[in-house]
Design a protein around this ligand. Structure first.
Ligand code: NI
Length: 210
């Protein structure tokens, strides 16, 4: 490679700085630590923050599922992988515990979703069985790697392979997203939020819309 000229380098550094700053702005919007209700279980985010969007994934029956699956009811969405040794099972159990802490009539209005960030190992059948083991109505979704990258990007989920060979692990972020009946993000929960507090926040949202 030719040695870059000084103006080229300056432009490059400026571009990288701009990317870094915009990433920081977004991160601050979704990770502000100011607690709302629910004992700090909820993450405050600026309404301008774009989270979510169109996607095309595959359910346990091999059928295509798009963002339209979120319309008309509340969806509680978690991104993880079935080989996860501890964090994912703990978080999914926590989500179910929060739903169990709710008035059953309100909990019924929420559909929990598990979306894999490890489609290489998490086939439709694998995500289906895994999700069903946590909650009878939990829907497991997978897809090709590009589709998973797209949805992870739109939900600002970080994931990366860690390690080599068949027993690799995945690093990933662990926020829980509540999507409203309009398909837009209603709120986000921190990883390992207190289940009864989370249930209380969920009840507040779900009871708002009849
Ligand atoms: Ni995990």
């Amino acid at each position: 490679m030719r040695r870059p000229s000084l103006p080229t380098l300056t432009a490059l550094i400026a571009a990288l700085a701009a990317i870094g700053i915009s990433a920081l702005v977004v991160w601050n919007q979704i990770s502000t630590t100011a607690p709302l209700s629910g004992g700090g279980a909820v993450i405050n985010f600026a309404p301008s923050t774009e989270v979510g969007g169109p996607f095309e994934l595959i359910n346990g029956e091999g059928e295509t599922v798009t963002e339209k699956a979120f319309l008309g009811g509340y969806s509680l969405v978690y991104f993880g992988y079935t080989y996860c040794p501890d964090v994912c099972p703990t978080e999914l159990s926590n989500i179910v515990a929060a739903m169990d802490a709710m008035d059953p009539a309100l909990a019924e209005k929420i559909t929990p979703f598990f979306i894999t960030i490890d489609p290489e190992r998490d086939t439709p059948e694998v995500v289906k069985d895994y999700a069903a083991a946590f909650h009878p109505r939990m829907i497991g979704l997978t897809g090709d790697i590009d589709a998973i990258r797209d949805i992870a990007q739109s939900y600002r989920v970080y994931f990366a392979k860690a390690g080599e060979g068949e027993d690799y692990l995945m690093d990933h972020s662990g926020y829980v997203y509540l999507i409203g009946p309009d398909g837009d993000l209603a709120t986000m929960f921190r990883p390992n939020a207190d289940a009864p507090s989370m249930g209380g926040v969920l009840e507040t949202f779900v009871s708002k819309s009849g």
